[in-house]
Write a protein that binds this ligand. Sequence first.
Ligand code: PMP
Length: 301
Amino acid sequence: MVYLNGNFVQKDKAYISVMDRGFLFGDGVYEVFPIYNNNVFGLDSHLNRLQAGLDAINIKNPHSNIEWLGLIKKIISFNKDINQAVYLQVSRGCDDDRKHTHNILTPTVYIQSTGIQPRTKDSLLSGKSVISREDIRWLQCNTKATSLLANIMYSQEAKELGSEEAILYRDNVVTEGSSSNVFIVKKDCIFTHPKGQHILPGITREVVIKIAKLLNLKIKENAFDMTSLMNADEVWITSSTREILPITTVDNKIINNGLAGPIWSVIYDQYQSLKTLKAVSYTHLRAHETPEHLVCRLLLE
Ligand code: PMP
């Protein structure tokens, strides 16, 4: 079952108009919520980013956070997998004709959920391979827009070359992956590109930063170049569905000793323990407290 504009319907019965601007222009934003043991992981952070995306492209949020949570819970309930990825998309809606400009429209809301099988730690110890490519995307990468043409072309190329991901660089500076954020470790210090127009502010990235700080690890939101990446002690990519993946090969060159590193291992374990905390749910939150804050507070108490 999927959700489309107020109705829960079978996927093959869910239709949108050809006049939908999501279809015609990719005029919309989306979110992906990871679900572990039927709990939404990082709900507030994802809803905040959805709001930021809607604001950025000037679409009025069609639902309150409580309503979104109700829809997400319902869509999860149709799927028997305990771990799922909920995909939620809001497009500007349908106009009466195809033209670049638009009138005030009723947004189209689409939600689906698919089962996910998080990878085991053992399967990650030898790490994954990536390719690197020049980042030719627009300068509003912080908006989670459905128009992902450049990203999907990089992802497809990586897949066809047997790689996990394409890591992107702009003027030799590593920005992010085609669908992930990038971290390196050098001399026990973790680096990741700062937030801004060049990267999507990943929720997993944010959780990793919080974990690192909680564990008193050195972490800097500083940009680094391709040479630093190639000479790093550790390279990881992060995303809601892939969590924290160690990268041991870049453009067929082996990073360090070709194995997942010790700092990745510590952060990975901590991330896994956060996932199991039932507290990561909207209803348990204190006012103004994000799920990650709550978890960090619980860990510290
Ligand atoms: N950057 C890009 C371009 C992405 O598509 C994603 C995944 N949506 C990320 C980073 C990671 O974001 P998150 O951790 O919120 O999944």
